[in-house]
Design a protein around this ligand. Structure first.
Ligand SMILES: Cc1ncc(COP(=O)(O)O)c(C=O)c1O
Length: 448
């Protein structure tokens, strides 16, 4: 298993030293193909939009979504976890493939709605939901709200009335535990233990305007072994059955969260979608033996799997120097735009795009850094990488999910990256570069 915690507490997944020249697992469903980014020349993109920038391949994104949708049984719905990449262009393209959204803040809810996702296809998950988010979710009549605590049930109940009901999922910290009264998963802070989940569900059953639908559990992250995911789905359905039985409501929806992994390393084996889909079908078949589960649906909330391989971060080499036997290559963007190499310590595949034709440079040991004054600002290392020169470009692959959205944009007040989306080889600026002077203009110097 690749990591065993949700993305919010993701563990380092591999040694950050990569063999950047190694054999690749490139598939047609990713942004980098035959030295091109989303069917466009990286140099032309850099020239036209400036650097640094993110490029999202909307066609690859749609193909990934369609492949996942086609593999899964009909009783399974897919909601894109907007936290992975809240770009409207990304969400809108996924909507066109029939996918809903999983949102965890007012901002994400607004993005999903703006991109055209219907409230009936939106689930609201996550901890610490604000009153404003809950009110908006109830008013809109979203598909479900995953409650994280018994207190949240009470807060939602207060917002409902006869013509404004709310549908609830009960997030369980450990699906092996729900309703059984055992302790929750080690280190897990999301969801409820069995006792609280039962109390929350019973309260919802008794409430006049609440509809309990089922459970939500997300305890695995970035998993490449389909059997681990299937096991999680099976345990979550079982937890839902126990809770529904104990609290006295019909189990209609089991939300198994995200966690579908993507290969980051050159030699990682991609998730076997067929094995995952067959396992989920098996869980559903087993459940179908119980007539009470006739209406049961499963919801998956992938973020990384859909958006990750469809995006790349492209930065330009500003300077190169030799230090301790390595070519220290300083780029015009760093962890202010892409934090993952520092936290959680993920090694992204890297590609050099030379400014003067094909990359026939000698291989050298490199460390690729950003422009920030911190030793954390390292985007990648390799023992053998084509020797970079100022003016070259470096593409960091698999950064379409948990890329810019998870970074630290304002440290050192550099401009934020532009975001570009491409389809059919045509690239469009979907969000201009963020300007640090906005931050200056929005501030006041106190006059006392
Ligand atoms: C509730 C919830 N659902 C789905 C996801 C998406 O996970 P992933 O990108 O691993 O599929 C997350 C990630 O943190 C999450 O917190």
């Amino acid at each position: 298993m690749r990591g065993d915690r949700p993305a919010t507490g993701e563990t380092p997944v591999q040694d950050p030293v990569t063999d950047a020249a190694g054999a690749s697992h490139e598939t047609p469903d990713e942004v980098w193909q035959a030295e091109q980014l989303a069917g466009c020349d990286p140099r032309a993109l850099a020239e036209r939009f400036g650097t640094p920038l993110y490029v999202y391949d909307l066609d690859a994104l749609a193909r990934r979504a369609a492949r996942l949708r086609a593999a899964l049984p009909d009783q399974v719905d897919v909601a894109y976890a907007v936290k992975a990449n809240p770009s409207l262009a990304v969400i809108a393209r996924l909507r066109a493939t029939g996918i809903g959204a999983d949102v965890s803040s007012e901002g994400e809810l607004a993005a999903a709605l703006h991109a055209g996702i219907a409230p009936a296809s939106i689930v609201v998950t996550g901890p610490g939901k604000s009153d404003a988010l809950l009110r908006r979710a109830v008013e809109l009549g979203v598909r479900a709200i995953a409650v994280d605590s018994p207190g949240e049930v009470a807060r939602i109940e207060a917002l409902t009335r006869a013509d404004r009901r709310a549908r609830l999922l009960f997030r369980v910290a450990d699906p092996g535990d729900s309703g059984a009264g055992r302790g929750h998963g080690a280190g897990q802070v999301f969801g409820m233990d069995g006792e609280d989940a039962l109390a929350a569900a019973r309260r919802a059953v008794e409430a006049e305007h609440l509809d309990p639908l089922g459970v939500h559990a997300f305890t695995v992250s970035a998993v490449l072994d389909a059997r681990v995911l299937v096991d999680h789905v099976g345990r979550t359905v079982a937890a839902g059955r126990r809770l529904a039985h104990a609290a006295g409501f019909p189990l209609r929806l089991v939300d198994v969260g995200g966690g579908l992994g993507i290969p980051y390393g050159e030699r990682d084996t991609p998730l076997d979608l067929a094995v995952f889909a067959a396992g989920v079908a098996r869980v559903l078949r087993d459940a179908a033996a119980d007539p009470a589960l006739e209406a049961l649906r499963i919801l998956v909330e992938p973020g990384r799997y859909l958006a990750g391989p469809a995006g790349a971060y492209l930065a330009r080499v500003v300077d190169v120097k030799r230090l301790d036997g390595r070519y220290v290559t300083i780029l015009d963007g760093g962890i202010n735009h892409l934090l993952a190499p520092a936290l959680p310590g993920r090694a992204h595949r890297m590609r050099l795009v030379t400014s003067d034709g094909p990359a026939d440079r000698a291989s050298v040991p490199v460390v690729l850094t950003g422009p920030l004054c911190t030793g954390l600002d390292v985007l990648g290392r390799a023992d053998a990488f084509p020797r970079p020169a100022p003016g070259d470009l470096v593409a960091f692959l698999d950064t379409g999910a948990y890329g810019f959205t998870q970074s630290m944009p304002w440290f050192l007040s550099h401009p934020g990256p532009a975001e570009v989306a491409a389809s059919g080889g045509r690239a469009v600026l979907v969000r201009p570069r963020l300007d640090p002077s906005d931050l200056v203009e929005r501030q006041r110097i106190p006059s006392w």
